[in-house]
Design a protein around this ligand. Structure first.
Ligand SMILES: [Zn+2]
Length: 76
């Protein structure tokens, strides 16, 4: 009846970095990817998205919250 569940404290400290493309463990030389190929894939995605989405919006949209109200509802 007694369920002995010992939390793996040691395992918590270790953060396994996985490749965002294929999910394999990343290589130190190609962080945060596992290989140059995955890095190229990610880069290609970025470029494509950059070309498809025009930069019409203001880069500093997170600075002022005058329209629509504050996101966090901060009162002063
Ligand atoms: Zn990969």
């Amino acid at each position: 009846m007694t369920d002995r569940s010992s939390p793996p404290l040691r395992a918590v400290r270790i953060i396994e970095a996985k490749c965002a493309i294929c999910g394999k463990p990343v290589a130190a030389n190609y962080r945060p990817f596992c290989s140059k190929r995955c890095a190229d894939i990610d880069l290609g995605r970025w470029l494509k998205e950059g070309y498809r989405v025009p930069t019409d919006e203001d880069p500093t949209e997170d600075e002022s919250g005058g329209e629509g109200g504050g996101p966090t509802g901060q009162r002063s």
